[in-house]
Structures are given as C-alpha cells and as structure tokens.
Design a protein around this ligand. Structure first.
Ligand code: CMC
Length: 428
C-alpha cells in the first residue's frame, strides 16, 4: 500500500503522508495542506479530525475496546485502584509499590485547602450548581499557588502542581457536597487511601469516625477508573487547547470542567436520572418516550444513549452495568428507576431506529444509578465524573506540553456578508 495520499485540486495533484498509529489507525497528514494548495478542510464537530498524536488512551469504537497506556479497561477496573490508574495515565507506567506509596504520601500532604478558600464556598448561593462551583474553585487554585502561572516549570515544580491538584480536588468535591447540605466540612485525614479519604470527607460526621463500607470504596474506585480518560473528547480537547496557549494547569482543567458540564457530555449522568424520574412520574410508559426520542420534530433524546465514537456497546457501560447490579444487590436497594432503565434499555436495543444508528447505552446510563445508590444527590453526579477524569486531563495536558504542541487555532470558512459600507443610524 502507498504511504502517500493524493488529492487532486484544480488539475493539480498533491501528495500527503499517511501516518499509521500503533493500533493501525490511519491518518492523512494534512498539516501542510493550506500551504501547498490554498485549501483547508471543513469538519464540523471534528468528526474526522485528529488533533494530535497521543500515547495515553486507545479506543476502538467499532468493536468497543478501551485501553489506558495499552492496558485493557476491564483488567484495570478489576485489579487496580484509582490512584494506580492515575499514576499510569500521568507517568506512562504502572507504579511499583514504592512509587505508589510515595505518590499516595505526597498527595496526603496536600489534601488540605487554604482556609481562605472557605470564603468562596460561603459566597456561593446555596442552590448554585456543583459544577459551576467546581470550575470556579479549581480555577481559583491558580491564585493560591501563583507559581503555577510559570509557563515553563521544571519537572519537579510541575509534579508538585499535579500532586496539589489531585489532592485538593477530592477535598473540594467533598466540601461542595457538604455545602449543598449545609453541613460542616470534614477535613482530610492522611491515614486513609485516596478514595476512602474522599468518601470519609463526603459522608463523615464531625464528631464520629465513619467506617466506609468496603463495598462502597470498591464501587467508587471502579467508577473513577472507568472515567479516568477517554482520549480526545470535548472536555479533554478543551483542556489541551486552553493549555496550548501556555495557560496554567488549574485554569485549563477548570475550562475542561465547564466543557464536561453539558448534558451531551458528562452532564448526561444527571440528565439520565432526571429523564428516568420524568418517565416514572409520567406513568412509566417507556414506549411513549422512545417514540418521542425517535420523532424528527421532537428535540427530546434518550439521555445515556449514543456516543460520538462508540458504534458498539461502550466497554465501560458493560463493566458499570455489572457493578450497578452488584452494588444494588449488596446494599439491598430496590430502586424503581432501575426498572424503568432496564425497560428502556430493552426497548431501545431492539428498536430499528436505535439499531440502525448504532445507539447503545453509554457509561452515563448506569453511573447515575450507582451514584444514587451510594447516596449522592443528582447534581453531584457530573462532579464525580470530573473527579474521575482529572488524571486523564492532567496526563493529556502534560503530553501536549512535553510534545511542544503549537497553540490550537482552527480555521473557518467565512460565509458572512462581504464589503458593506457603513450607513448612518437615521438612514437604516
Ligand atoms: N436519542 C435519540 N436519537 C439519537 C440519540 C439519542 N440519545 N443520539 C443520537 N441520536 C440520533 C440523532 O438524532 C441522529 O439521527 P439522524 O441521523 O436521523 O439525524 C443520529 O442518531 C446521529 O446522532 P448525532 O447527534 O449526529 O451523533 P453525535 O456523534 O453528534 O452525538 C451524542 C453523540 C453523545 C452527543 C448523542 O448520541 C447524544 O446526544 N446522546 C445523548 C447524550 C448522552 O448520553 N451523552 C453522553 C455521552 S457518554 C459520556 C461522555 O463520554 O461524554
């Protein structure tokens, strides 16, 4: 096979290199297209555009494969912890015991947030959405740690920023939850591992030590691992593109959090439960809602179905579906929205509209049901997604910087008015 692609334009032939990834993904390198031909490509939503070469996550949406640094998601979800996966994503290899202990210890030293940050929590109205709070609070870390503004830190300085962000994020997320309840904040405790510490700050009481059920710790680890990275999605691309202007890590991640908030992306986990509740309260007629989703004149979509890159079962959804059944059984929870979810899944998976468009349940279809079983309010779901995605965002930002990628700046095809002369206001 030729390693060149040819494009014919205006009776001229141009050649472009073909690039092949380690998993045999092929791309045409058009980085010189405009210089050579005067043309650009147009690809709304970047459906066919590779924005970077990356060695972090591989996914094949046609057959439903997801790997972090070459390790299948199924093995990581079964055998590792969230912190091990975070290390793997950020530094490229699974940690040795010594590296993992060192990573955990360093994180434990930085879990406290500056006492002045509490004023930010106090300042948010009690009904403000946790994602808005999270985005603002993460951005505000750049004010507390101005050394992060250095666009060219040493490796040690950068590592410290990473550790601080991982450490403080779990405290910030827990405190957002406590704020929503009006309960006192619980301070981090170094004796716990990352996930137990997070759950203790979230569900603990000030006066007594709360013993977190290991079933809940395990479920939380799995959920965070499954969300830890997903290559160049909307929020990750946002993090990379914001960081490409030499903007600091905290502000770049804060932008990613905002991108994740939308219901077409991470916000879908909240939207799924709200939709299931709506269907239940409407009498539970699943067919009626499936028909609404299929109607070209109705903007309603089945939340938790479909994915930009998976045209097969989302491998994360398979793992999470099983985890969901297990946790509900172990905790003895009988959730009526689960019955609606199961019915909806069955109807949609057999309906020609969904089958022909390859619309399968995605990770968000089940994650909300587990978060709910663990006791989290609906508005916290996307914040938990963000906590899980943090190592992936950091890894992608680090890779982008280490590869010295240029500032992200797409072009456009202008379709507006041409050459108009200004008209005085009285003459318009
Ligand atoms: N319900 C009904 N129809 C749908 C749905 C849905 N959930 N998703 C896609 N379609 C239809 C869509 O109307 C279109 O039909 P047609 O060809 O007749 O115009 C076709 O399927 C292709 O859809 P698209 O919007 O072109 O696909 P996309 O790749 O641009 O969008 C998506 C992907 C995830 C935004 C979309 O499937 C969707 O809105 N899903 C619901 C929201 C959701 O669950 N998002 C979470 C994604 S997983 C978490 C994450 O990684 O972000």
């Amino acid at each position: 096979m030729s390693n060149k692609a040819t494009i014919q334009l205006e009776n001229q032939t141009f050649e472009f290199a073909i690039i092949e990834g380690t998993e045999q993904e092929k791309a045409i390198d058009i980085s010189k297209l405009r210089d050579q031909t005067g043309y650009i490509t147009l690809d709304n939503g970047y459906k066919n555009t590779g924005a970077t070469k990356s060695a972090i996550t591989f996914l094949d949406g046609e057959i439903g494969v997801l790997k972090y640094r070459g390790y299948p998601i199924e093995q990581l979800a079964e055998k590792s912890t969230f912190l091990e996966v975070a290390f793997l994503l950020i530094y490229g290899n699974l940690p040795t015991q010594q590296q993992l202990t060192g990573f955990q210890t360093e994180i434990s030293k930085h879990t406290l947030v500056h006492e002045d940050m509490k004023k930010f929590f106090d300042g948010f109205p009690s009904k403000s959405h946790p994602m808005g709070q999270l985005s603002s609070l993460v951005c505000s870390l750049s004010s507390f740690y101005p050394e992060s503004l250095n666009a060219h830190p040493t490796a040690e300085e950068f590592d410290l920023t990473i550790i601080k962000l991982l450490a403080k994020m779990s405290t910030i997320v827990s405190w957002i939850y406590k704020k929503s309840l009006g309960h006192p904040y619980i301070y981090p405790q170094n004796k716990y591992d990352y996930v137990t510490n997070f759950l203790n700050m979230t569900f603990g009481q000030r006066t007594e030590e709360v013993v977190i059920d290991p079933i809940i710790v395990d479920a939380m680890n799995v959920l965070l691992i499954l969300h830890a990275d997903h290559e160049q999605n909307c929020s990750t691309s946002t993090v990379r593109i914001v960081g490409s202007s030499d903007c600091n890590l905290y502000a770049s991640i804060s932008a990613g959090i905002s991108a994740l908030w939308g219901p077409l992306h991470g916000g879908a986990n909240q939207a799924v439960i709200e939709m299931l509740e709506q269907i239940k309260n409407d009498g539970g007629d699943v067919d009626k809602w499936v028909n609404k989703a299929k109607s070209p004149t109705d903007s309603f979509r089945l939340m938790g179905f479909g994915h930009r890159v998976y045209k097969n079962f989302d491998p994360r959804a398979k793992i999470i579906k099983k985890a969901c059944d297990d946790i509900l059984e172990k905790l003895g929870i009988n959730d009526p929205v689960l019955d609606i979810a199961k019915k909806l899944e069955e109807v949609a998976l057999n309906d020609p509209y969904f089958v022909s468009r390859k619309l399968y349940p995605n990770v968000d279809f089940y994650s909300g049901i587990i978060y709910r079983a663990l006791g989290f309010p609906t508005e916290m779901f996307t914040v938990l997604f963000a906590l899980g995605r943090l190592p992936g965002w950091i890894a992608q930002w680090k890779e982008m910087r280490e590869n010295k990628e240029p500032i992200g700046r797409p072009r456009q095809v202008y379709v507006g008015e041409v050459d108009r002369d200004f008209v005085e206001i009285g003459d318009r």
